[in-house]
Ligand binder design. Structure first.
Ligand code: PLP
Length: 461
């Protein structure tokens, strides 16, 4: 099975090509040529997350690696998790459970996708006898998960731009206290958008690379990250009911990567009732699912910063596969004038949404309410991102059939100010985080100028 772009021009790519390239040449996003189908009876016999991953991942990688190679990579992929089977499921009541995806080294679910990405980056670099530069900007959890995932691999140097802004102190310290010779956190006096612009320029001009070096992106459009996330939807369904009944999943989302992984799992055969798309006041997705209005607005800063986005990059994959029935020309046309002009699709087409999706937008006050509610009623402390997904569930409860799984994407200790403001006291801090708090920060400080940043990379590459 090969991969092609949602805009149709970049096609017949192997897994390895898609992995190392990230974004398609025509500006679209890669998607598999067809959806591989699972054998539910085989999956039912599995026990652990790793078993599930060893079943799912090879379905996407066979164009580049044989099954034995993939199993070897996977045996060493997910590391430094504090839970034996990586994930814990906490039952709130008979109809609701929380899928805790934050037991990895950086205490957010991004460890699942980025550790898989780093493991395959490294495998490819070894095979091809090459090295790589990882270059990215972060507004929160991506940077720390990328740095952590790549730091053990000497063939990869990571340069991550950290803007002044709405990041928690712990999130920043997770990047600035790593102290490894192949890791370069850069504190930039500028906004996240400034940083992203510089990264974008970097990818087009590449002047700081040595000959024959890869430049790798770690943003959420890389297909390999979706694969890592598909695995935990199957795992959750396996643990909750042996894949026997459709579940609802409530997903706190920004860039739509995590939601798309859920959709992909259902296309592969996972029983699914509804996906609840839960967003903060950056509500482009909610406006689409409620009013068929996918248009860009300025970003507002919220207490769930990892979902503060103006457009949801991965949504293009859903548009292409679900609404447009894989018509790449139509997809190209829709995205041609976006984001200058918003997207509105044919009403009949848009009606399809109700079969599978519900959405909800939650402001900061309701997010605090939700954190308090679950703490008071169930003695369960959740982080503000999780609280957004939980609030969507309590608000939509009357419309939901079957059991609902709330995805918990970050450990609450990552957001101490939000806990404070909600009046929640908790001394549960994972070891990985408490170590970070006491360590010394080491980072270069640069202005938001391309020249200074590109020169810095060149000097240190
Ligand atoms: C990145 C992130 C999200 C949003 O993930 P998407 O894949 O963009 O939907 C939600 N919660 C946390 C804690 C995150 O770090």
């Amino acid at each position: 099975m090969l991969f092609h772009s949602t805009r149709g021009k970049d096609k017949d790519k192997t897994f390895e090509q898609v992995l190392m390239q990230g974004l398609a040449d025509d500006g679209g996003l890669f998607i598999p040529d067809n959806w591989p189908k699972v054998d539910i009876n085989k999956l039912k016999e599995l026990d652990t997350f790793l078993d599930v991953a060893k079943y799912i991942v090879p379905m996407f990688t066979q164009s580049s690696f044989d099954k034995g190679e993939v199993e070897e990579v996977l045996n060493n992929t997910w590391h430094n998790f504090s839970e034996k089977d990586l994930i814990k499921i906490f039952d709130i009541d008979e109809s609701t459970a929380i899928l805790e995806l934050f037991h990895g080294p950086t205490a957010a679910f991004k460890d699942f996708g980025l550790q898989l990405a780093a493991a395959f980056f490294n495998k490819t670099l070894q095979t091809q006898n090459k090295t790589a530069v990882v270059f990215g900007a972060t507004s929160g959890d991506t940077g720390s998960a990328a740095i952590d995932a790549c730091k053990e691999f000497d063939l990869i140097k990571s340069f991550i731009l950290i803007p002044d802004g709405n990041m928690s102190e712990i999130q920043r310290k997770q990047m600035t206290t790593v102290d490894k010779s192949n890791v370069f956190p850069i504190l930039v006096s500028g906004t996240f958008d400034d940083c992203q612009d510089i990264v974008k320029k970097g990818f087009s001009e590449r002047s700081f690379l040595r000959d024959d070096q890869y430049l790798l992106a770690v943003n959420s459009i890389n297909w390999v990250r979706i694969i890592g996330q598909i695995c935990y939807y199957f795992y959750a369904s396996l643990i909750v009911n042996k894949l026997s009944h459709p579940l609802n999943f409530s997903v706190p989302t920004g860039n739509f990567g995590n939601v798309f992984a859920c959709y992909a799992a259902s296309k592969m055969g996972m029983p699914l009732e509804k996906i609840i798309v839960a967003v903060n006041s950056n509500d482009i997705l909610d406006r689409f699912f409620k009013n068929n209005d996918y248009s860009k607005k300025t970003v507002s800063e919220t207490i769930s910063p990892s979902m503060d986005i103006s457009v949801a990059s991965n949504f293009e994959r859903l548009m292409y596969d679900f609404y447009l029935n894989r018509n790449s020309e139509a997809c190209s046309n829709l995205y041609n004038n976006f984001p200058e002009y918003g997207i509105k699709i044919d009403d009949e087409m848009w009606q399809k949404s109700v079969d599978l999706f519900m959405s909800y937008s939650i402001n900061d006050d309701s997010t605090y309410e939700s954190m308090k509610f679950y703490n008071n009623e169930y003695n369960y402390v959740m982080d503000p991102h999780t609280a957004v997904a939980a609030k969507a569930v309590s608000s939509l409860k009357d419309k939901l059939k079957n059991k609902t799984i709330i995805l918990s994407t970050a450990h609450p200790a990552k957001f101490p100010n939000a806990l404070d403001n909600a009046g929640i006291i908790s001394d549960d801090i994972p070891d990985n985080l408490s170590e970070v708090i006491s360590k010394k920060e080491v980072a270069s400080k640069l202005s938001a100028s391309e020249d200074s940043i590109f020169n810095y990379i060149k000097e240190n590459n």
